[in-house]
Design a protein around this ligand. Structure first.
Ligand code: HEM
Ligand code: CA
Length: 780
């Protein structure tokens, strides 16, 4: 009895001590004692300040220059804005707002009726199923809750149009909109007609995180939930301040064609990173599907919009062009597409979502999945998706027993894969992109098996537990394992050890809870992260998957030939083989070399050509209003680029031919070509800091982060369980526990590091030094 209160005291003492430490630290480093000393990317509002008014600071154990920050992670200084806002909007009357709202509605219904005109044409502009662009659409559509998503996106469009009307009548500038200098609260109430009610959470916290991500933050119950907006580091750059894609800053003309940028800068050359395995890129993609999914605008019936003529020879005439079209122009002399007379690559803009209070403002893109790292690619992002995946017995997930080997359940959703005949396979998972490539299917299969393995063991240990008990407990363990892998194994390789420290991304010691939770940190996925920085992964992809047989290279699979065709998973050895490839072959470097399987042949599916993913990514950045590269350099505290030559003679020259001004360079382009600094990251500093900041938000802004203790996390682990999870979880161990054991019996201790490099030797799966977590700590 004596030790118990002591324990409680100890933890609160620790928290208090930490607060005092922080206060002392700040007093010393910043003149303004309401400010804290942070890395520039963590204080986006400084972007607006004159350089001279930024107070620099330094903290112990950090080599990087920091700034004194008063505004926190918001990209706008709310205090400043509310002052300007209130003086500007005192006079606005309700009649005026009524007109604006009405205007939005009228314009939105005009768009709807044009849509139905297009649909009733003899040849409506709909993508046909065998085309490469349809393959693209397969990765960007909703299958299950279409009507709901269409409704939300339409409402968002109506509000964007009302914002435009408001802007025109009030003569607002683009900057006013970027800063969100718009009426808030009561005055804006007219738009709230038909606005969904604000969400409320039960006063008592639930033990397990909700499947849709709601009620994680009690003050902002929808933070991180599915169907909410991507957030941003910096305000968007739209030509009209609302949704129109940006133009060249100097000439006001169109920016260069993304396809031209792609052919000018990117070539397919094999340049490996000899330190890390292909798992770095493919696990990276698996995680991206946990946290981000933006979807295309479609016709109301869910049909995919086409912006080009059927053979791709030109853009559709304006009268046939859907409002969401932003097709990519392919130059006449394109080195590849000229052979096929392709002049137009389809591109449809991403679906929008409105602010929770339905207020006016610039367009925001929707995230269809939960922003948190919560295994939503395994379990789905809402209860309907989850219900579909569970067996409702023993806490298990549905699977397909293929002659004794466990695979993902077969999907019934038509045209999820290229072939769905008998003997082939096409799978279901929490995220519908699962079938995109075989490495992704393998990772999904791995975690499905891990879930069922743990569920079975828990049931054996706790025979009285119900299906519900076992399911939620297992899910909580699997999510914890993913979080351990991300923060302990994956991020240190991607970002480097010093960045892990600067951003406080390392896990606490094995026997300790974390005290990092901060309810003021917004966990949402940043637009800059999902639409640019994290897509650096596309440069890490190898177009060839080398499959080893027992003694020799058995097969060289070309990635573009097996996209959306996962039937190989049914081959007896394939699961072991691909896991072996992923954990032994080198990953490609992040650079200007990108596989032709992505720049020419993506989603070709029987056609002689496919789509260009880099071009699509650049166009996506403009669709989402990402600011140019230089702005993000400034944000993270780097000097801005003043001359193209700063990219070196080759790229300097090429870039100057493409862009009118260094201030036009797209974020994804600049970030990829950026020189790495002395740090140990595989990324240049701009992408590195954006990604580090994102994973910091996902850790510190998640109440249910597995390391959080009893004061924060209602479903916290015991210290024994926590230590078990932190000490023993590794991707290698999970592979050992769930591989078929046909071709794979050994793993290096770190699946992301090349075996043999840095003492990362291969260890037999059954070695006593290489054990799985002991689930007896979960016995009731
Ligand atoms: C096998 C290789 C891959 C293929 C074929 C692929 C394909 C795609 C496609 C078609 C999109 C949608 C593009 C758009 O319309 O905007 C996309 C988005 C994305 N990709 Fe990849 N990708 C691959 C690997 C990766 C990797 C390795 C990463 C990161 C490590 C990654 C991160 C992302 C992210 C963050 C998005 C945005 C997701 C969203 O918000 O919707 N991808 N990818
Ligand atoms: Ca998620």
């Amino acid at each position: 009895t004596k030790s118990e209160p002591e324990l409680v005291n100890n933890t609160s003492n620790l928290t208090a001590q930490k607060e005092i430490d922080l206060k002392l630290l700040n007093l010393k480093v910043c003149k303004d004692d309401t400010a804290i000393c942070v890395l520039p990317v963590q204080c986006p509002a400084h972007f607006y300040l004159e350089n001279s008014s930024i107070e620099r600071c330094q903290i112990p154990n950090s080599n990087r220059s920091r700034i004194c920050c008063r505004t926190g992670q918001n990209h706008t200084d709310e205090e400043l804005i509310s002052k300007r806002r209130s003086s500007q909007y005192e006079e606005i009357d309700t009649d005026f707002l009524r007109e604006v709202a009405h205007d939005g509605q009228t314009k939105a219904s005009a768009l709807r009726s044009r849509e139905s005109d297009l649909l009733s044409m003899k040849n409506p502009p709909i993508l046909h199923i065998g085309s490469p662009s349809y393959g693209h659409f397969r990765n960007r559509r909703v299958l299950s809750d279409l009507p709901q998503v269409v409704n939300l996106a339409n409402k968002a469009m109506e509000i964007a149009l009302a914002t435009r009307a408001f802007k025109d009548r009030q003569g607002l500038s683009r900057k006013d909109l970027e800063w969100n200098m718009l009426p808030r609260g009561q005055k804006n109430s007219l738009l709230k007609i038909n606005c969904p009610a604000l969400m409320k959470c039960p006063p008592i916290l639930q033990k397990y995180r909700r499947i849709d991500g709601t009620c994680n933050n009690l003050r902002y119950p929808r933070w991180g939930a599915e169907l909410t907006a991507l957030s941003r580091l910096l305000p968007p750059s739209y030509e009209d301040g609302i949704w129109a894609p940006r133009l060249s800053s100097e000439s006001g003309l169109a920016l260069p064609s993304p396809r031209l940028i792609s052919t000018t800068l990117f070539t397919d050359i094999d340049a490996r990173n000899e330190d890390y395995t292909m798992m770095l890129s493919h696990f990276g993609q698996f995680i991206s599907h946990d946290i981000a999914l933006s979807i295309d605008i479609t016709f109301p019936n869910g049909k995919p919009i086409s912006c080009c003529t059927k053979n791709g020879s030109s853009i559709l005439p304006p009268e046939h062009l859907h409002y969401a079209c932003m097709p990519i122009e392919v130059p006449v002399d394109d080195p590849f597409y000229f052979k096929y007379d392709v002049r137009c690559m389809n591109f449809v803009r991403a679906a929008l979502i409105f602010r929770e209070d339905c207020s006016l403002g610039y367009a925001q893109q929707m995230n269809k999945v939960t922003h948190f790292i919560d295994g939503s690619m395994i379990y789905g992002s809402n209860s309907k998706e989850l219900r579909h995946l569970r067996t409702m017995e023993g806490g298990r997930l549905k699977m397909f027993d293929d002659y004794g080997r466990v695979l993902l359940p077969l999907t019934k959703k038509r045209d999820s894969c290229l072939t769905m005949e008998k003997g082939s396979a096409c799978f279901d998972a929490g995220d519908f992109r699962v079938n995109q490539n075989p490495a992704l299917v393998a990772l999904h299969t791995l975690f499905l098996r891990e879930h069922n393995r743990i569920a079975d063991e828990l049931w054996e240990l706790n025979p009285y537990w119900s299906d519900e008990d076992i399911f939620w407990e297992t899910r909580q363990i699997v999510i914890a394992e993913i979080q351990v892998i991300v923060y302990k194994e994956f991020l240190p390789c991607l970002l480097g050890e010093s960045t892990m420290q600067e951003f406080e991304l390392n896990l606490a010691g094995p026997d300790s809870y974390s005290f990092d939770y901060n309810p003021e940190i917004e966990p949402s996925i940043l637009n800059e992260f999902s639409s640019a920085a994290y897509r650096a992964g596309h440069s890490m992809i190898d177009g060839i998957l080398k499959i080893y047989g027992r003694n020799r290279v058995e097969e060289m699979i070309s990635l573009s030939e097996i996209i959306q065709q996962p039937s190989r998973m049914r081959k007896w050895e394939f699961f072991d083989e691909i896991l072996t490839t992923l954990t032994t072959e080198s990953v490609q470097q992040v650079d200007s070399f990108i596989s032709e399987s992505l720049t020419r042949y993506l989603f070709k599916s029987g056609n002689p050509f496919g789509i260009d993913l880099p071009a699509t990514t650049i166009q996506r950045g403009r669709d989402h209003g990402l600011r140019p590269y230089n702005d993000y350099r400034q944000l993270i505290g780097l000097p801005i680029i003043e001359e193209f030559e700063e990219f070196g003679p080759e790229f300097g020259n090429k870039l100057s031919q493409l862009y009118n001004s260094v201030d036009d360079i797209d974020l994804w382009v600049g970030g990829l070509l950026e020189e790495k600094d002395s740090d140990d990251s595989v990324l240049g500093p701009t992408f590195r800091d954006i990604i580090a900041d994102q994973f910091r938000r996902l850790k510190k802004g998640d109440r249910y982060f597995f390391e959080n203790g009893p004061e924060i996390n209602p479903g916290h682990f015991t210290l024994e369980q926590l230590s078990e999870l932190k000490m023993k979880t590794s991707l290698s161990r999970i592979i050992c526990d769930n591989a078929d054991g046909i071709m794979l019996r050994r793993q290096a201790s770190n699946a992301f590091k090349k075996p043999g490099v840095y003492e990362n030797e291969l260890i037999p799966c059954d070695s006593p030094h290489f054990r799985s977590i002991d689930l007896r700590y979960w016995k009731d």
